[in-house]
Write a protein that binds this ligand. Sequence first.
Ligand code: NAG
Ligand code: NAG
Ligand code: NAG
Ligand code: NAG
Length: 572
Amino acid sequence: MGAISVVALALWTFGVKAAPTIAICSTTFTPVTASAAFKALDPGWNIGNTLDAVPNEGSWNNDPIQASTLATIKGKGFKSIRIPVTWGYHFSDASPTWTVDKTFMDRVETVVDQVLALDLYAILNVHHDSWVWADPTVTNANYTMIEEKFSRLWDQIGARFACKSSKLIFEAINEPAGNTQEHGTLLNKLNDGFLKSINNAGGYNPQRVVSLSGLGQDMVKTSQWFVRGTSYPKQPWGLQFHYYSPYDFIFQAWGKTIWGSEADKASMAQDFAYFNGNFSSLPTFIGEWSAAPANTETAARWKYTDAFIKLCKKYGYSQVLWDNGADQFQRNTGNFNDPTQMGILFSAVQGKTNTLADSTTDPSLTSQNTSAILFHKYGDGVTSASVSYLLNGNTLLSIKSAGKTLRSGKDYTFSSSGMLTLSQAYLSTIYAPTTAPGNLATLALTFSSGAPLTLNVTQYSTPTISQKTYSLSQINLNSEFYVPINYAGLKQIASIKALLSDGRYLADDWTQWLPPLQQARWTMGDWEWKDEGLKLNSNGLAKLKAAGTSVTLTLEFFPRVPGNTVDVTFTQ
Ligand SMILES: *[C@@H]1O[C@H](CO)[C@@H](O)[C@H](O)[C@H]1NC(C)=O
Ligand SMILES: *[C@@H]1O[C@H](CO)[C@@H](O)[C@H](O)[C@H]1NC(C)=O
Ligand SMILES: *[C@@H]1O[C@H](CO)[C@@H](O)[C@H](O)[C@H]1NC(C)=O
Ligand SMILES: *[C@@H]1O[C@H](CO)[C@@H](O)[C@H](O)[C@H]1NC(C)=O
């Protein structure tokens, strides 16, 4: 990309201040249809929690964006980068001008240019403004202010980026709040205001591909209330929605650690079919979705990723993976948290058939298995052991560990239905009954098509904690609190059952109607698992305090089998 110079023509009318500045571009622009542009986004990546952090880039869990991160992402094979930006803390004046700080606008332009210089698509938006100041659902929301401020903001973004290449896509607003017709009507007006602003700014904006959305960028609400206005009929445009469903699996809510039953897949397929039923004629992409290692069991996550991408392919929806900087890509090391999941993603995007690790899908069972990890219990004798794969028509090519190829018939057998059995002799080279717990080997399996899979061989025993009772009166409830855990296997909490001393549930009483491994389970968010142990935040501590009586947390670990749990009690 050559240097971009913008000749701005200020049109003056007498006695009044400047009329809109119309950008005249000296750069060239290759027009592209919305459908071609959206198709070319796949797969995309979000540089989340960064320029969208509140109040500033760097305020949350990520350092400011570095060009090298963007280049690494391109090197991994991503074709587009969505750049979420929260503008709300960067206005240097108020109504009626709402001027964006020049330094902030410069900073955003620098990042956009870095993405475009890599010849990737960039999707630039107005992000958490949707709750910082543009939320029509708050009491006494001032719709006039929202419309005015939103239009002035897009006047300025439109002007600054008017001459950028056709690989820059504007997205009007991220996940706009609302749940009524009235909110939907306001959003339709905001979308119109956005089109007017960018078109008034001139340059190449009238030909620029834009992404419009319905409330929440939610499939159902979009189907319900989104109406494209009649202005700027020639603007190339399409729809964007976000997909974080089912909530319980994606956000580790209510003990849900499995995914992949026929019903799970049918429900996901139904979501896509409905959206397509409403908007089949419109170019569409999915600007955010996620199944992050911190929140989901590995084999279930792999199955979900594969099924999700397959549906995206079926309907022609490109997808842009959400990544908050902790979810997927480690910006400091350049590695993914779960390279196997990313392999599955890329290979599914290429239309290849993946083999997948099987895992329990029946929620009524009280014991769950996974074929992403071969767990051996500390103290048990060493015998042959099996995991199973969903071959999807593939065949196994090889299994390697630490550079050595395992011998079929000696080290393992592999059945035509996908059952891998590692022999006692082979497993004896990895562990004895009393080998210290932990991940002891990582096997790499390759198949006739699709992504390679890893199989960890992990010795486990039930974790322990040194302090089993805490008094809330001795804890600073406004801070974070850690319960140290001596993990003995996978360093992860699968779920937490939270019961009051009288047997009542700490949260979500209705979970009594859920299957056994989900009842009384406390949704992640109030708590998190960390390498050090259980982290409770101030919301979590407040819930324990509000219980008014002692609360016992049963921490459950992987594998989710009876007894692989440890209790910790909080007294008032
Ligand atoms: C609503 O916003 C408009 C435009 O910023 C402003 O003129 C008006 O005073 C606001 N109304 C209220 C009730 O604050
Ligand atoms: C449109 O979407 C709604 C909500 O998801 C759904 O109920 C309806 O069946 C869809 N319409 C078509 C024609 O698919
Ligand atoms: C995993 O559990 C399922 C029941 O959910 C069972 O049918 C299957 O044999 C188990 N697989 C392994 C490898 O233990
Ligand atoms: C397998 O083990 C490796 C090395 O310890 C680790 O990085 C990876 O996260 C493990 N994978 C799973 C699915 O636990």
